[in-house]
Design a protein around this ligand. Structure first.
Ligand code: HEC
Length: 271
């Protein structure tokens, strides 16, 4: 029957698409991805991809640990409760309390930074934003590039600057892990107004000037895990939603086929 074949082909196409999707997600695992090593360090930073996978639970768990150790001092996640985090990331309550919860906080509370916004404004000139929805607002690649393009800039109050967010008020809080790097600029001639030529300094690549505690590949994994965690927080149900989606489409296809069989049965005597 021709329609049977069409339904079968549709099912096969759907399964193939689901398999390709799963393979693609698997390929982005932090450990396998490694550092995006260009010939010149950082020359292609604007095209770096985060390549994270929110269903990779160990990575999200490591990201949560990174966040609590290195970000929570300034940034909160005010729409997520500690208990929800524990549940979604399969962290038992006693471990959650021992390893992640700041002393005195309860599991039922929202994940808030202890830094008063007023003081932060005085110190940094800007209050550190809440990060719950940051991955949705800016995208994963942006966060990845942001955390990987801090560089030494003695002209700045924090001693650091950033390619993704120039003149950022955020200090390079991960410099102890990543090490220090300085930018090498290239002189570019541009034609300004009135046809006059002028010189402009354009970023070319980074040069490491001091090593950190982590190797380049380890730091890359650290940043990917952290971005993966922020991606999870920005939509805690997304893994479940995507898994369910495949079943919903499959159900609709099977249901369409059944409906067609019924229709054929009803019209059998008419034709
Ligand atoms: C010492 C305080 C401090 C710590 C610790 C800190 N940040 Fe920040 N962060 C800031 C400040 C201040 C800003 C505001 C920067 C601006 O708008 O220029 C900021 C901004 C950001 C932004 C928003 C960038 C944008 O485009 O607006 C992101 C994302 C971010 N931080 C991520 C992190 C992550 C991830 C960590 C942990 C690894 C972290 N921060 C740790 C102070 C901090």
């Amino acid at each position: 029957m021709r329609t049977d074949r069409i339904v079968a082909a549709l099912l096969a196409a759907l399964l193939a698409a689901a398999a390709a999707h799963a393979a693609e997600e698997g390929a982005g695992a932090p450990a396998a991805a490694g550092a995006p090593e260009a010939a010149k360090l950082g020359a292609d930073w604007a095209s770096w991809h985060a390549n994270t996978n929110v269903t990779d639970m160990p990575s999200v768990q490591r990201g949560a640990r990174n966040f609590v150790s290195y970000c929570l001092g300034c940034h909160g996640l005010k729409y997520e409760r500690w208990s929800r985090l524990g549940q979604d990331l399969s962290i038992p309550p006693d471990l959650l309390e021992k390893e992640l919860l700041p002393p005195g906080d309860k599991g039922t509370e929202y994940i808030m930074t202890s830094m008063p916004a007023k003081d932060a404004e005085t110190w940094f000139g800007k209050a550190p934003p809440d990060l719950t929805l940051m991955a949705r607002a800016r995208g994963r690649n942006y966060l990845y590039q942001f955390l990987k393009t801090f560089y030494v800039d003695p002209g700045k109050q924090t001693g650091a600057n950033n390619l993704r967010l120039p003149a950022t008020a955020m200090p390079h809080v991960l410099s102890e892990l990543e090490g220090l790097k300085r930018p090498v600029f290239r002189d570019v001639m541009t034609r300004g107004e009135g046809g006059k030529f002028s010189h402009e300094q354009v970023f070319d690549h980074f040069e490491m000037i001091a090593p950190g505690r982590l190797s380049a590949a380890e730091y890359d994994g650290f940043v990917r895990d952290t971005v993966n965690f922020l991606d999870y927080v920005s939509e805690p149900t997304q893994a479940a939603r995507r898994a369910l989606g495949v079943w919903v489409v499959l159900f609709l296809l099977v249901f369409t086929w059944l409906a067609w069989l019924v229709k054929r049965e009803y019209w059998k005597d008419v034709h």
